[in-house]
Design a binder for this molecule. Structure first.
Ligand code: NAG
Length: 820
């Protein structure tokens, strides 16, 4: 109430422009931050908000409706109108081979437009649901808090905006992006949306980064560059994300693919170790980061809502943009076409520079350059190989993930190995191959040219492939070359003099700082991902490659110092000892991967489902029944660190997936078996959840064209997964989940509150010789019961024994298999 009173008071003062002092404005912005922080705390304190839970569908929805209503009543006299719509869509779609079916999930759409209406709209999207067992403060309550505040700010403007804006608080994003699909394909307002801004999280707190924009529509990036108060963006992120190596998707994809709308995707990326865990709490998000996000989004929306380009976006649709920020101070953006020209100019300049050197040397210089490049490439290859061997040895020795809590150890270990190897190869080349007879200054010069040439090749490659990320090698060519040319005109006597070295380093500062920043972002994103990338990919190999690559990139323009220096023995000894000490430390097991330190938690992620399984025969009898705790490790170390604490989770209870059963015979929540290969199944008594599955075959008939159509009815909890496994010779020809021919065997189903039974049908093509024993198709349904109300004593007893540095996310599941 104090906040609202103070705000009302400030608003009164607003009428009097002479009173608008700096202090006044500062106070107003402070109130905004307080408001956002309060909204964040309220939403996060509701607790986990999976779809279909009271927390999500009632408590959070009511809170948001209340807030929007309050903003509406406060701004009723202003130049804008606010309309609120509660949508409960039902539908289905497929994405990346997962079919998704949703029934009565929730969207809160709020429309703000000038009182005499608007034709064109921006969409601002966030989601208020969370995964089970995480308070979801960063993912994505904080974005909802920011959006509420941006709505309030826009609503209290005294002059009308040109266009309208729709704020979508969507209630089912963690459910494979269902709510955004429900909005963009079904809501009557969707047709007016011309572009969107999506606020997401892949971490907890920190700065929010623009990690993808488009497709095309350069004016959107320009708007961000122009408006963002604290820019943080790079086209490298976009190209990495869109290459598909990061295993996640955002609503961006739905708006792009189902709505054909361009947009900007922003996400918090720091501290990904805590993403989707119990540590994603409101107190971990500093007010700085809330304010930053608020400032940026408000400025960006204000800019776009006044922009002529939004009205006629098809006019400005074409072309990509190269964009990046320089130390978060300014953002740079230019069209990809211009980028290509700049890149080719840098390539040309390099070739001219090299050609000039070759003049009058009848090809000797070129031969030396080629040989030097071979030495450099050889050193990189040898380095990668050696570091990979170290990584493999550590993996086999059971030391995987040692760097999860202590990242610097990985840098010290793999970094020193990589640096030492590069140094060693070049020292050997210098002493054994080139010999002492050659002038070291000339050799140093040559290896500078080698670096330049290699970067230039990278630049050429990326440019020819049409990648905007080519701006990075462009910087790495242009700046060193310019520095070199400037310096060699001043320092006639080349060489390793100190002022020369200082000026040289100064010239490299800008591209190097940017490169280091990009490398930091890559580690910030990939290290946490290795904690949830499954039991199949050895994380040491990935990390060793990344560290080696970073060292190779960073060392490139320092390579020639090896030749200028008199001896590299001392540096080699230091690096070698550092490596030996680190290797000893890691292999002795002194460095523990996980941590429960409240300031820097690094939890090991585990999924536990208290499972009851029932298998039916062709005539409907129960063939087999069992129950247990189905345990999956999200990272490579499996249960090796858990077994000492809980001896009964050991290799004797490892289970294999049964390939002849639908989905391997276990109740997987999402289709991740390609990531998680090892599982454990600890027998315990069955759970008896409150709304058990009621499943029946409603009808079965032979169609005119000889296929068999079967209709089913399922009634159960808010989350069910359906797995289909046609027997040999049988194929699925059609189904009720969209028109396309069935490709997937996994259907993800969820419902909000008060949904009726789920009806679906399948049409199958029977084989020429039906098997009497197994039937045509196996259909399995698994039910997932989230939340406190469904916990079981067995689950609680086991959870209580897990060490503090682990984060077991758990719920109750059942798996029912039927044959037809
Ligand atoms: C391994 O697990 C099984 C089953 O949980 C248990 O009976 C056995 O005692 C465990 N072995 C050890 C060495 O603790």
């Amino acid at each position: 109430t104090k906040i609202s009173e103070l705000r009302a008071y400030l608003n009164q003062q607003d009428d009097n422009p002479t009173r608008q002092t700096k202090a006044h404005m500062y106070l107003a912005s402070l109130l905004d931050v307080l408001d956002m922080s309060k909204a964040l705390h309220i939403m996060a304190n509701v607790g986990p908000r999976p779809v279909g839970s009271v927390e999500n569908e009632v408590l959070t929805v009511n809170y948001l409706l209340e807030q929007v209503e309050q903003i509406r009543s406060e701004s009723i006299a202003g130049p804008h109108a606010i309309t609120l719509d509660l949508q409960r869509p039902t539908g289905s779609f497929s994405i990346k081979n997962v079919i998704s079916y949703y029934d009565r999930i929730t969207n809160i759409a709020v429309r703000l437009e000038p009182k005499d209406g608007a034709q064109h709209f921006m969409l601002a999207n966030c989601h208020f649901d969370s995964v089970a067992n995480s308070p979801g403060a960063s993912d994505d309550a904080v974005s909802c808090a920011v959006m509420l505040e941006v709505l309030r700010s826009l609503a209290s403007l005294s002059s009308p905006l040109t266009h309208g804006v729709i704020f979508l608080f969507n209630g089912a994003e963690e459910n494979v992006l269902q709510a955004s699909h429900g909005f963009i394909t079904q809501h009557p307002w969707a047709k007016q949306v011309k572009a969107f801004v999506n606020l997401e999280a892949a971490g907890v707190g920190g700065k929010e980064v623009v990690f993808q924009t488009g497709p095309e529509n350069p004016w959107l990036v320009q708007a961000y560059v122009h408006a963002a108060v604290h820019p943080f963006a790079s086209v490298v992120g976009q190209e990495i994300f869109q290459s598909g190596i990061i295993p996640s998707e955002t609503d961006f994809r739905i708006y792009r693919d189902f709505g054909n709308i361009p947009g900007i995707d922003l996400a918090f990326i720091e501290n990904g170790f805590l993403y989707h865990t119990k540590y994603d709490t409101a107190d971990r998000i500093l007010t700085d980061s809330i304010q930053r996000a608020g400032d940026n989004i408000l400025a960006l929306l204000k800019h776009l809502l006044m922009s002529e380009k939004l009205a006629d976006s098809s006019e400005y649709r074409h072309g990509n943009m190269v964009f990046f920020d320089v130390l978060g101070v300014v953002a740079v953006a230019y069209p990809a076409r211009v980028g290509t020209i700049i890149n080719y100019m840098a390539v040309m300049a390099t070739f001219l520079y090299l050609a000039k050197k070759n003049k009058g040397k009848c090809g000797h210089y070129l031969r030396d350059l080629a040989l030097g490049s071979c030495v450099a490439l050889l050193s990189w290859f040898a380095t990668l190989l050696s570091v990979l061997i170290v990584a493999l040895v550590l993996t086999l020795a059971g030391c995987s993930m040692f760097w999860y809590s202590h990242f610097s150890v990985a840098i010290a270990l793999y970094g020193s190995a990589a640096a030492a190897k590069i140094l060693l190869v070049h020292t050997l080349a210098k002493n054994l191959y080139y010999g002492v007879s050659i002038d070291l200054n000339i050799l140093g010069e040559l290896f500078f040219d080698v670096s330049l040439l290699l970067w230039c090749c990278v630049l050429l490659c990326l440019t020819l492939r049409g990648l905007c990320s080519a701006y990075v090698p462009m910087l790495m060519v242009a700046f060193p070359l310019a520095t070199k040319l400037l310096l060699s005109s001043h320092f006639r006597c080349r060489g390793a003099s100190v002022p020369y070295a200082v000026l040289y380093l100064l010239g490299l500062t800008l591209p190097y700082v940017h490169l280091m920043f990009l490398i930091w972002v890559v580690f910030e994103i990939f290290c946490p991902i290795l904690g949830r990338s499954g039991t199949k990919i050895p994380p040491e190999v990935v990390l060793a490659c990344l560290v080696t690559l970073a060292i190779i990139l960073l060392s490139s323009y320092f390579m020639h110092f090896i030749y200028l220096a008199r001896s590299s023995r001392r540096v080699l000894t230091i690096l070698g000892s550092l490596f030996a000490v680190m290797l000893l430390l890691v292999s002795s097991g002194l460095i523990f991967p996980y941590s429960s330190d409240p300031d820097r938690p690094r939890p090991k992620r585990i999924i536990i489902q208290h499972t009851t399984r029932t298998f039916h025969t062709l005539n409907g009898l129960v063939e087999h029944e069992d129950s247990g705790l189905w345990i999956n490790s999200c990272d490579y170390t499996g249960m090796s660190y858990i077994t000492p604490h809980i001896p009964e989770i050991n290799d004797t209870i490892r289970t294999q997936r049964h390939d002849d059963l639908p989905f391997g015979g276990f109740p997987g929540y999402l289709p991740l078996p390609f990531l998680i290969k090892k599982s454990w199944y600890l027998p315990v008594p069955a759970a008896s959840p409150k709304s058990p599955l009621e499943f029946r075959l409603v009808s079965k008939q032979v169609t005119e064209w000889g296929t068999i159509k079967m209709s089913f009815e399922a009634k159960g909890p808010s989350h069910m997964s359906l797995y289909l496994r046609p027997n040999t010779g049988v194929s699925l020809s059609s189904w009720s989940f969209g028109n396309n021919t069935p490709q997937s065997n996994f259907i993800f189903y969820s419902h909000g509150l008060g949904a009726p039974a789920w009806h679906f049908w399948l049409e199958i093509q029977p084989p020429s010789e039906p098997s009497a024993e197994k039937g045509l198709i196996s259909v399995a349904v698994s039910c997932h019961y989230f939340g406190e109300a469904h916990r079981t004593p067995q689950l609680d007893a086991l959870l209580g024994r897990f060490p503090a540095w682990s984060f077991p996310s758990s719920w109750v599941s059942s798996y029912h298999m039927f044959r037809y």
